[in-house]
Design a protein around this ligand. Sequence first.
Ligand SMILES: [Zn+2]
Length: 298
Amino acid sequence: MLDVLTTPMVAGMVLGLLWLGEALVPMFGGCSAGGRLRNMVMGAINALASVTLLAAVTVSATEIARRHGIGLLHVVEASMLTRAVVALVVLDLWHYVFHVLAHKVPVLWRLHQVHHHDEHVQATSAMRFHVFEVMIQCLCTVPVILLLGLDLWQLLLYEAVLLPVALFHHADIRIPERVDRVLRLVIVTPRMHWVHHSSWTPETDSNFSSVFSWWDRLFGTYRRRRHPERIRFGLEGFEASDTRTVRGMLATPFCGRRSSYGTRPEDPDLEAEERDGREAPVAETPRVREGRGATMGS
Ligand SMILES: [Zn+2]
């Protein structure tokens, strides 16, 4: 039976396994207890905000949709399985769209930078989001709930799938390429998502999918690195001191710091892939992009 305790219980077990993997077979190394703790504190703040907002807004939206028969799934006849699949697919598409917006809309990018400016990517990076971004995304999900006529159990189902997959694709684990390749036919894998955490903007602005990997292929935002171990994580323009404290992370959107375009990686394979046309050629643009960290006080 799916309830509000399912997601944290499953996520806790998955996180334990991933920590074991990060200790035994790391791809990059450098995961520290302090870094994990800070990410988890951010996750706890976000969970608190989510639970509060979930009770106040999201649950109300599902109740309004159910009571008044609002939304597609309340109009058409559909089995439980169909409703579950539609909810998973549509909510994941919505996550893809919001993630793209988080990179393209300046005010959202100021918030989303918190997820990107760590120079280490590890399983707990999946929890490292600014609380304002989580709240905005939660509020923006209300129209999706009403349009589709989603019930609470469908939202909980998506969360129960999303969190373990997100922990997995952030994990610093050396998974054989052939295994990763098979998995990423369906879900987002570490080798796919590490590219998204590259400090080079063309790679940062790629691989936006959350659970199902096909959105990036469908919308032309998929990139790969044959040798992901050469990826440099973080955001140029931010120093480690910005990422070392919870206070620094919470203050990031208001610090006035700009993330730069990032240095093009020195990776012969990357150049070969672009020359062969397997990756879309990328034109260098001005060092500070439109929407990249204009001062405010993703
Ligand atoms: Zn992102």
